[in-house]
Design a protein around this ligand. Structure first.
Ligand code: FES
Length: 292
């Protein structure tokens, strides 16, 4: 079963036909009046976590509960929950669309299939809600179709997050040394320089008071921050314009939701040295601890 699902996922990832759908959806979304602040809100910058996974729980929960109510003959309550689920698709779809707009290639194709399945589920449940008052059995049958589409869509959403890493902090599995490490670069004031500490990319700058170093791979979708722009001691990502404070790594503007790893810096005669020092560096899966 897992093998055939993986085969299906591979086919969808490579399907150029989905690019046609993706172009159409992207064209429609680009006409919505969404500015950068709204995009950050929809993405979850204010929450420090993508909002979409939280909101999808509402339609899924409503529709699943409606199926149970159908089993127990609670027709009216089931219909109410189906209607509530359909209404709650809108905020879930908007947040998902905001995340999807920053994807490309195979991620964008799977996202388009996820979107189409969600719309099919919402349409089937909407039809079920309309039919149930007079044609209850047909309404229940249509909600079964909706359940199938919703399950398929949920699987695609899981594939996007767990297999393709969309929405995951790209620094979650960073390897970092907690010992002082030379980075062998020269940094002048108010310029950005790319460097590395072992296997971890960095972006480094010098302010009037000190040298600042944060992770060089954008936590959003992995852009090289050393190719971004520096202003007010913040770096703007070259891909989707998230801004990060060079001193604290915090997100100043989205769509990124996770901060950049921060490195402590010091200057020695041989040059600049860095080490990870903040609490997140102590996650067991993200730090390479030097053996005692
Ligand atoms: S990769 Fe999207 S904001 Fe940096």
């Amino acid at each position: 079963m897992a093998v055939s699902l993986n085969t299906l996922a591979g086919r969808l990832e490579a399907s150029k036909g989905l690019d046609v759908l993706a172009d159409k959806v992207q064209g429609a979304l680009s006409r919505l009046p969404l500015n950068a602040g709204m995009r950050s809100t929809l993405s979850g910058t204010w929450l420090g976590h993508p909002v979409h996974p939280l909101l999808v729980a509402t339609p899924i929960g409503a529709w699943t509960s409606a199926a149970l109510l159908d089993l127990f003959g609670e027709r009216r309550a089931a219909r109410t929950l189906i209607g509530a689920g359909v209404v709650s698709v809108l905020p879930a779809a908007l947040t998902g669309a905001s995340d999807w707009l920053d994807t490309s290639g195979s991620e964008r194709r799977i996202g388009a299939a996820h979107f189409a399945s969600n719309m099919a589920a919402a349409a089937a449940y909407g039809g079920s809600w309309a039919l149930r008052r007079r044609y209850y059995r047909s309404g229940v049958a249509l909600s079964m179709v909706g359940a199938g589409a919703a399950i398929f869509s949920g699987w695609l959403g899981g594939h996007l997050a767990y297999a393709m890493g969309v929405g995951v902090d790209t620094n979650a599995f960073n390897v970092a040394d907690i010992d002082w490490t030379p980075i062998n670069v020269k940094v002048s004031q108010d310029t950005l320089v790319g460097a590395s500490a072992g296997a971890s990319p960095l972006v480094v700058t010098r302010s009037s008071s000190s040298v600042h170093a944060i992770g060089g791979r954008c936590s959003h979708r992995g852009a090289p921050l050393s190719e971004g722009k520096l202003a007010d001691n913040c770096v703007t990502c070259p891909w989707h314009a998230s801004r990060f404070d060079m001193a604290t790594g915090q997100v100043v503007a989205g769509p990124a939701v996770a901060p950049q790893p921060v490195y402590e810096t010091r200057e020695r005669d041989a040059g600049i040295e860095v080490r990870r020092h903040e609490e997140r560096a102590l996650r067991t899966n993200s730090v390479q601890v030097t053996p005692a």
